[in-house]
Design a protein around this ligand. Structure first.
Ligand code: FE2
Length: 306
């Protein structure tokens, strides 16, 4: 049986003004600080995960890594074996980690050089509960691709993701009841499309859009309701033109879900979402992710090891 990750846990971000980025994510975006260690700020959502975003200062804006959660050490080991079986060569041996990163895990580079990590045993919070305007968690990360077939194959066969839908532009991948936790574009090079944060409901997305407006950040795409996943969306640009989405009402699926094809997800002319009110994304947000590439050397979990 294929071993599976069970969640997208966190994204590790590098930026040129960590103070401004942290202010944005706490004051305007409504994440909560959970401490700082060795110059890295850790932020949580209202859910149980210890942190869902880390921010560190570097000379260049970049992504450091994407972290997936596994159920236990046996699953971590099985995922490690699967990744190697599916051709991943730049990969660490699973090792004990120190909190808040888990108690066990490993890092690897995906076929396009992205830094990924699989961990288990993180000491999470006991007080996870919805709060009206706070993101619960990272809903999904959407990645542009230079080699979409290779990247997709490793997420499917190496990490156990399941394909839930395909459009002309993207594949949607699920690792739990959420319709998607990772989205892979068919083009755009190895850059970031956006990071999406899940709010408790539709009203929270709209109030979030108001908060972004107060913060000098107009809606770059939306509001609307997506096709695949049926989730409500509004997109914005954070500091350093970080493309971010507020979303809610992600479709919950089970094994009976039937993946749909690009033909089935073709909108009528002039439409881009279920409501039909959303214009196309701004040129600025379409280009924003180009600045967010993965660091060349961030695949090892050295700093996290015991
Ligand atoms: Fe999204």
């Amino acid at each position: 049986m294929t071993a599976r990750v069970r969640a997208l846990r966190s994204v590790e971000l590098a930026c040129t003004d960590a103070k401004a980025m942290t202010r944005f994510f706490t004051e305007a975006w409504k994440l909560l600080p959970v401490g700082e260690e060795s110059g890295v700020a850790y932020l949580r959502g209202s859910g149980v995960f210890h942190h869902i975003l880390s921010i560190r200062q570097t000379p260049r804006t970049a992504l450091i890594r994407v972290v997936f959660d596994a159920a236990d050490r046996a699953t971590v080991d099985a995922l490690h074996t699967q990744l190697i079986a599916h051709g991943i060569k730049t990969i660490e041996r699973p090792a004990p980690l120190k909190q808040p990163h888990g108690d066990y895990g490993f890092g690897y580079k995906d076929p396009e050089g992205r830094n990924m990590a699989v961990v288990c045993g993180v000491k999470d919070h006991a007080d996870g509960a919805d709060q009206p305007d706070r993101p619960r968690k990272i809903s999904h990360i959407n990645l542009n691709n230079g080699d979409p077939e290779a990247t997709f194959a490793v997420l499917r066969d190496g990490l156990g993701f399941r394909l839930t839908d395909t459009t002309k532009k993207m594949r949607f991948l699920s690792c739990n009841a959420d319709h998607h936790s990772v989205v892979l574009g068919f083009s755009g090079g190895t850059t970031l499309n956006h990071i999406a944060f899940e709010l408790p409901d539709f009203d929270a997305v709209m109030r979030g859009a108001g908060r972004m407006r107060d913060d000098g950040r107009p809606i770059e795409w939306g509001p609307g309701r997506h096709g695949p996943g049926n989730n409500v969306f509004c997109y914005f640009l954070g500091p350093e033109d970080l493309p971010v989405e507020y979303t809610a009402e992600m479709q919950q699926i089970d094994d009976s879900y039937r993946p749909r094809t690009p033909e089935e997800w073709t909108w009528p002319a002039g439409r881009l979402d279920h409501w039909g009110i959303s214009a196309k994304p701004s040129d600025r947000i379409e280009k924003a992710g180009e600045n967010y590439r993965f660091t060349a050397d961030g695949w090892k979990l050295d700093e996290w090891k015991k």
